[in-house]
Design a protein around this ligand. Structure first.
Ligand code: SF4
Ligand code: SF4
Length: 1004
């Protein structure tokens, strides 16, 4: 046979359809040839390891002679003799992928072979371990078990952790027989730098690294479970995965990554272990209507009133282990059957969650149903929907279109987003419809539309492999887009120069060739300085500038005022380093920029993004492989929800809402009249309008602005002031406390629909579980309200809605439920039957009217609220790896909550010392708008004079502090910059158990 030069014998055999067994090898890793299971006869004195031995011209290989098979059987027998005895076999808790046992079966080796090590030998492990143990077990990680005795030292986990995920946690320790894999410096896995991505578990060919059962759902062999292919419901990376479902228990047993052109089988901790929120006993299962005696409206719980944010929760001394028990314990052992299906209880008053108090309340964590539910009564769906339709119609009739607004969600599917905006636009004749994109990349989208005529990425995250240089900026991808970051790290290993620019020295800095720790809010000055140097050194692409851009002279004029020395003064980055970035970027044959909310969430967010567009355009870095612009989208479907028109200035497919021709087209398509001729209000503007008496009635589907919007005290007033609020969600969120009607919705895992990831990949999410109680599909609920207000909708299924989407939106042309397949398709896609879709866009022209990239110069402007003597520290807010948005899903996931259970303020240890704060000590953080108390976490990743607080935690809500100033164009709030004061908090010291959560300073 003929094979490519350098192909190994193993690869050639595979090509020929011949199976050669391996233990240490996997196609995704570089071969190491240590297990010798793949030996073949090449006619030499010794057998050759097929996984590493390259093919040679004229080579004759015998892959399975009796002697070769005997060698493999003997090797299997030897390996088995070191395995834990059969009765102690940890495979009971594995995914049953024990390749060693499969080989034993193949070679007819019985159970008497293994467990050969004598009990009580000198190498035995701790006394608590079964006889025959030698190298010990490690159960310190909440969801991964390590049995060193079952390890055959094949190093697959080492390469999975290093080469695939780029986490570099696993090595080896010890010598000879006692050698074992080691996490960091032989730390317990749960105390190491491991991020629980589970890649090592997926790689392990024995029972050495296994998944622990979550919520006591046993992990049974695949053949006894159902497999459902779907997509991760968390971030915009949109990793493909398969859920393995225990139908008897109505629950997921485990999840694993699935091959797809983008994510390539990888997952992070959220995708692999964060799916059990759907089985939470706190799910809403019955419609609820506010009781008459619970008016006037206002916050119902101490958290939402703002009281817990002052540190009362710190009195919680419940040991952390017990908290874990609460999350994982017997309450959910019964799976869905344990939940109160119809939401009724003894007194018929409360919805679900009644019964054992331990099930419902975690001090300083989730909503206390006892505190909130008495303010609501159960209702039938008909009663609740009739009330919603009647009240919204009345408010619309009395106040006109401007009195109604709707918030959809980037967590919902394309079909749900499409129907929701259509309902608000055709039912209430207003463009007041928006979603959390306003808090995410609204400024990036504005700049991209202005600059290149399209808000979507110009290339995929995987295209980084073709880049000579990649800039990652204003982004913490190892936490927010973990699988995308694994491709950045891998590209660097293959030669791409990674330039990381951020005020925080996040983990990406550890993987960067050049790291520039800029002062917060100085991005424009930094990139103007870089462009100044690119131009001075003559490293621009003159042809590209001449043929494909406009307004270059104005840009050059502006950046000429930013020599590196001036940029250095503003940004705090050495002029020499700025020059080095310029030279590296300017000389790169192909360069790509990835950015996150550190760029967009500023009052200068649009200007920041304009600079990045200019950086690419003046160097010709758009439209070729390895080059382009990629705003890393936050939520799983924020790209799709925006595509669907869930934004106030655009109809579906980004058709301008205030263009009369566009309006006429949609009036024709939707068979309606009176569409709103003007752009609608954005999320932040709607909150302001409520306070001024403009918007009076709101429909919120899956959005939780109480925690996600800036300046919570203002949001609280606005939500209290609404005449009517309907909240459709899967949990009783903080926002739901202000609702008149609460509608129980289905979780991601309980419905079919399409989702569009950051790469423009449209994928099918499939139903995995049945909805609990009376919870209903979101699209059906939206349709029921539409019908009640007189719209003649009659969609039969999400598929029918998608067919309308495709017909209306040229970008989605040619896509269908049938051709999306199991891995989805990128849009635009002229031929989805044969092609994955378009990776690199704008090869010939941009989508602007003249086809050119419009360069828009930007002058640096300081943030709106600068530090002062009273408020000397800059606060930046954002996400943690383990948590998501307002925490409603992740804080109800056992693994994610166990790893990251409490709010903390990340602070440089030197700053903390000056403030008199020890690691773990309670700190009071105060801005001009509010105060919260939370634990101090030492972090060398913070710049001096800055701090970071994640916004997921209701008991220390970061948005009580943030400022509601917005970017004038993108209307995005300045989440990344406001001034605060930090001081030691009086009151209870953190309990010892709580201190445990912050044992290591970040980043050292
Ligand atoms: S779970 Fe992930 S980070 Fe942790 S050791 Fe395994 S591969 Fe490495
Ligand atoms: S990287 Fe994002 S999409 Fe992928 S598994 Fe993690 S959270 Fe899910």
């Amino acid at each position: 046979m003929t094979v490519p030069e350098g192909a190994t014998i193993w690869a050639a055999a595979k090509q020929a359809g011949i199976d050669i067994p391996v233990l240490c090898h996997d196609e995704r890793y570089d071969p190491v040839g240590v297990c010798r299971m793949c030996v073949v006869d090449v006619g030499a004195r010794a057998y050759a390891a097929a996984c590493v031995r390259p093919c040679e011209d004229g080579m004759e290989v015998k892959t399975a002679t009796p002697a070769v098979e005997r060698s493999r059987a003997a090797l299997t027998e030897l390996l088995l003799s070191d395995q834990p005895a059969a009765g102690q076999d940890p495979k009971q808790t594995t995914t049953a992928d024990n390749e060693l046992l499969a080989l034993a079966e193949h070679f007819g080796l019985g159970g008497g072979v293994w467990g050969g090590r004598p009990p009580g030998s000198a190498l035995s492990g701790p006394a608590s371990l079964p006889a025959g143990s030698g190298r010990g077990a490690d159960l310190s990680n909440p969801v991964i078990a390590v049995d060193h005795d079952a390890c055959i030292l094949c190093d697959r986990c080492v390469r999975a952790c290093d080469d695939i995920q780029g986490n570099d946690v696993i090595g080896r320790s010890g010598k000879g027989y006692s050698t074992r894999i080691a996490f960091d410096l032989n730390d317990p896995m749960g105390a190491s730098s491991c991020v629980t991505c589970g890649e090592c578990v997926a790689a392990c060919p024995t029972g050495a690294l296994t998944n622990k059962p979550i919520r006591n759902i046993p992990i049974r062999p695949r053949t006894e479970l159902d497999q459902v292919d779907s997509v991760c419901p968390y971030c915009g990376v949109g990793c493909a995965l398969t859920y393995h479902v225990d139908r008897e228990r109505g629950a997921i047993a485990f999840a694993e990554g699935r091959d797809q052109p983008g994510s390539k089988s990888r997952l992070c901790v959220k995708g692999r272990y964060g799916w059990d929120y759907a089985a939470s006993p706190q799910r809403l299962t019955v419609p609820l209507i506010r009781r008459d005696d619970s008016y006037p409206k206002g916050p119902l719980s101490a958290d939402v009133r703002g009281e817990m944010n002052r540190g009362e929760y710190l009195e919680d001394t419940e040991p952390r282990a017990e908290r874990r028990q609460l999350s994982a314990g017997n309450d959910v052992n019964a799976g869905r059957g344990g939940r109160n299906g119809n939401g009724r209880n003894g007194d018929g008053r409360n919805g679900n969650g009644r019964g054992d108090k331990r099930r419902r309340r975690k001090p300083g964590g989730l909503v206390d149903y006892d505190e909130v539910l008495p303010h609501f009564r159960e209702a039938t769906w008909d009663e609740a929907l009739d009330l919603v339709a009647r009240r919204l119609t009345e408010i619309h009739a009395a106040g006109g279109p401007g009195a109604i607004a709707g918030f959809g969600s980037a967590k919902c599917s394309n079909e749900e987003a499409y129907l929701f905006q259509k309902l608000i636009r055709t039912g209430f004749h207003t463009n007041n419809v928006d979603h959390c994109t306003r808090l995410c990349h609204a400024s990036s989208v504005f700049a991209l539309f202005e600059g290149i005529g399209s808000g979507a990425v110009s290339t995929t995250y995987g295209d980084v492999v073709n880049a000579d240089a990649a800039i990652v900026t204003g982004s913490n991808p190892t936490a927010n887009h973990p699988v995308a970051s694994s491709f950045f790290k891998q590209a660097r290993r293959r030669g791409t120069t990674i330039i990381y620019v951020d005020p925080r020295a996040d983990k990406m800095a550890d993987h960067a060739d050049i790291f520039c720790q800029i002062k917060p809010g100085t991005d424009v000055a930094f990139y103007n300085g870089v462009m100044h140097e690119v131009i001075r050194l003559g490293l621009t692409d003159r042809e590209f500038i001449a043929n494909r851009t406009s307004n270059y002279e104005a840009l050059a004029e502006t950046v000429s005022n930013y020599p590196p020395e001036r940029a250095a003064q503003i940004t705090g980055v050495d002029a020499a380093l700025i020059r080095r970035v310029a030279k590296t970027w300017g000389e790169a044959g192909a360069g790509v920029i990835f950015w996150g909310m550190g760029i967009s969430q500023h009052t200068t967010g649009t200007d920041n993004a304009r600079c990045l567009i200019a950086m690419c355009a003046i160097t010709g870095n758009v439209g070729r492989p390895g080059s382009g612009l990629h705003p890393l989208r936050g939520q799983n479907n924020v790209q799709g929800a925006s595509d669907m028109g869930l934004i106030p200035m655009f109809y579906p497919d980004y058709k301008k809402a205030d263009d009369p021709e566009v309006r006429a087209r949609f009036e024709r398509i939707w068979e309606t009249g009176d569409l709103d001729p003007d752009k609608g209000l954005t999320v932040t503007e709607i909150i302001g309008s409520v306070l001024k008496g403009g918007v009076k009635g709101m429909y919120m589907m899956g959005e939780n602005p109480f925690l996600s919007d800036p300046n919570i005290n203002k949001v609280r007033k606005a939500l209290s002031a609404l005449e009517f609020l309907v909240v459709q969600d899967i949990f009783l969120t903080e926002t739901a406390e202000f609702a008149d009607v609460i509608l129980p919705a289905t979780s991601y895992l309980e419905k079919d629909g399409t989702y569009t990831n950051t790469d423009r990949r449209v994928q099918l999410g499939r139903k995995v579980l049945d909805p609990p109680g009376q919870a209903r599909l979101d699209w059906e609920v939206v349709q029921d309200i539409a019908v009640r207000i007189g719209l003649g909708w009659d969609y039969a299924s999400p598929r029918a809605v998608f067919e309308e989407i495709v017909a209306v939106m040229p970008n989605y042309a040619n896509l269908s439920y049938d051709n999306l397949g199991s891995t989805g398709k990128l849009y635009p896609n002229p031929d989805p039957e044969h092609s994955d879709g378009t990776v690199v866009m704008f090869g010939e022209r941009f989508k602007t009217d003249d086809g050119l990239a419009h360069l828009v110069p930007a002058e640096w402007m300081p943030a709106k609220e600068l530090p002062s003597d009273e408020y000397p520290i800059v606060l930046s807010t954002g996400r943690l790896l383990q948590h998501w948005h307002t925490g409603s899903m992740t804080r109800r996931s056992y693994a994610l909550d166990a790893i990251s259970p409490r709010p903390e303020v990340y602070l440089h240890p030197d700053d903390a010392a000056e403030l008199g704060l020890a690691d773990g000590a309670p700190a009071r953080v105060t801005s001009r708008r509010g105060t919260i108390v939370l634990a101090t976490r030492f972090s060398y990743r913070e710049g001096r004079g800055s701090c970071f607080i994640p916004f997921h935690f209701r008991e220390a809500a970061a948005n009580l502090l943030t400022i509601d100033e917005i970017d004038p164009l993108g209307k995005i709030p300045e989440f990344k910059f406001c001034a605060v004061r930090i001081e030691p908090a009086a009151g209870p010291e953190l309990a010892g158990s709580a201190r445990e959560a912050a044992p290591q300073a970040e980043g050292r």
